[in-house]
Design a protein around this ligand. Structure first.
Ligand SMILES: [Zn+2]
Length: 62
């Protein structure tokens, strides 16, 4: 893991608005998913571009 970067070296950006703040939301609209899914979205209210998805368990305790 020698190529692991320090946290402050990562600067993820929204591909649409270049925003750097993200939030996770519980997606209730995902079809064909047998488990709840958390979506990582841009926190800019007018943008809200989905940048990733995680299993519910990875974000919230059951
Ligand atoms: Zn954005």
């Amino acid at each position: 893991m020698s190529d692991t970067k320090m946290n402050d070296e990562w600067k993820p950006k929204c591909p649409r608005c270049r925003g750097m703040n993200f939030v996770t939301i519980l997606d209730k609209h995902m079809r064909n998913a047998d488990k709840a899914v958390a979506l990582v979205i841009c926190s800019v209210e007018e943008c809200q571009t989905v940048v990733g998805a995680l299993p519910y368990d990875a974000v919230w305790d059951q």
